[in-house]
Design a protein around this ligand. Structure first.
Ligand SMILES: *Cc1c(COP(=O)(O)O)cnc(C)c1O
Length: 368
């Protein structure tokens, strides 16, 4: 087997440390106490990272990628008598609508342009004219564009109306401080392979206990039944079905490394510094960011290709040969690409990537 080594400038899977990867070189059985305390410890740790009280909040892990976690929450919490409002300004907001469609939930989607954050005033007016709405779901960092949505402003609107508030914080939790209690979030969903810097294989849900208890008997899926998963796991850390053991052990290691880095605040500072540098260096190369500076997340950025003549695939191969994998754009109408700054990525990587782009553009005779 030949393995090419390069760093991932993608928003998950991302570049992990060698120690996180090494943690997976153990085959662990799942029924014994050693293993169950790992799961229980992870849950405790997640609640601490979310800065929530164990009296009011609880957490559960769910097999699968991040979407499985979102699907689990939506299809376990929105009951037959409920009505869901989804805010969408990108692909991940629209994916929630797809989930609702498949599950035949009663729902509406309020769409906003991809380059704008959902407007709290518009949301408030929509809610006023739709009293049937019981749940509101939105994305925190829209990984489609890299825009950071204002969950604070929307939370105010939600709070006054006593709705169940669901936040897809997949690409932000652990990398951006989130005041889960203050924002009155009922369900927050994230996954192992984003800002905690683990490897892919499970998602996790941090939920108000009250909201979790209210999901009992509502799920339409067997394996994605949030309440049943929580019920079993919260007893002693046992997973209902086969646990992704290697991923779980790697995640435990990743949590320790997050603490060692200085916690969420320190990681946020590193990501923010990476992003500020990336935008500045790319701008100097003539690569303009899609998101306005004030809405730019410190996670991933979309950039316009400087010329219609550039072929993404060719550019991608050039950069990969130099040691980095970038990400295609997700905007159908614009020629763009994305660069993520999360994972084991530091200022030196950002400078190096900028140099690689500069060399590529010089080769193509495109001036910065
Ligand atoms: C990564 C991500 C997801 C989940 O995607 P998967 O491919 O299922 O892991 C959902 N929402 C957002 C905002 C994401 O960044």
């Amino acid at each position: 087997m030949t393995t090419i080594h390069y760093k991932l400038l993608t928003p998950g899977p991302l570049t992990t440390t060698d120690t996180v990867k090494a943690a997976m070189l153990v085959d662990h059985c799942t029924w014994d106490d050693d293993y169950k305390v790992i799961t229980t410890g992870i849950i405790k740790n997640l609640l601490q990272l979310a800065n929530v009280s164990e009296a009011a909040y609880t957490a559960v892990l769910m097999q699968g990628s991040g979407t499985f976690g979102v699907e689990s929450v939506l299809t376990s919490s929105v009951g037959q008598a409920d009505h869901l409002l989804i805010l969408a300004n990108g692909v991940y907001g629209l994916r929630m609508a797809e989930i609702a469609q498949h599950a035949q939930l009663s729902y509406d989607v309020l769409e906003f342009p991809y380059n704008q954050v959902p407007d709290a005033q518009v949301v408030a007016e929509f809610l006023d004219s739709h009293p049937e709405i019981t749940h509101l779901a939105m994305v925190h960092c829209e990984t489609t564009t890299g825009i950071l949505n204002d969950i604070q402003a929307i939370s105010q609107v939600v709070k006054n109306r006593q709705l169940t508030f669901i936040v897809d914080a997949m690409s932000s939790f652990g990398g951006i401080p989130i005041d889960v209690t203050g924002l009155n979030i009922d369900f927050l969903i994230s996954s192992a392979n984003k800002c905690i810097q683990g490897v892919p294989g499970f998602s996790f849900i941090i939920a108000k206990k009250e909201a979790m208890l209210a999901t009992k008997g509502k799920a339409i899926s067997l394996s994605l039944d949030l309440y049943e998963q929580w019920e079993t796991m919260s007893k002693d850390g046992k997973w209902r079905f086969t646990s992704p053991t290697h991923v779980v052990i790697a995640f435990e290691q990743a949590l320790q490394e997050l603490a060692k880095e200085g916690g969420v605040a320190a990681r946020h500072a590193r990501y923010q510094a990476n992003m500020t540098r990336l935008r500045a260096l790319f701008r100097a190369n003539g690569l303009l960011a899609y998101a306005p500076e004030e809405n730019q997340s410190p996670i991933i950025a979309t950039f316009h290709l400087p010329s219609q003549e550039i072929d993404f695939k060719e550019m991608y191969d050039f950069i990969k040969a130099e040691g980095y994998a970038i990400y295609p754009g997700k905007l159908l109408d614009l020629n763009t690409f994305r660069v993520g700054v999360i994972g084991e990525i530091y200022q030196a990587d950002i400078a190096r990537v900028s140099d690689i782009f500069e060399a590529y553009l010089a080769d193509k005779k495109i001036e910065g």
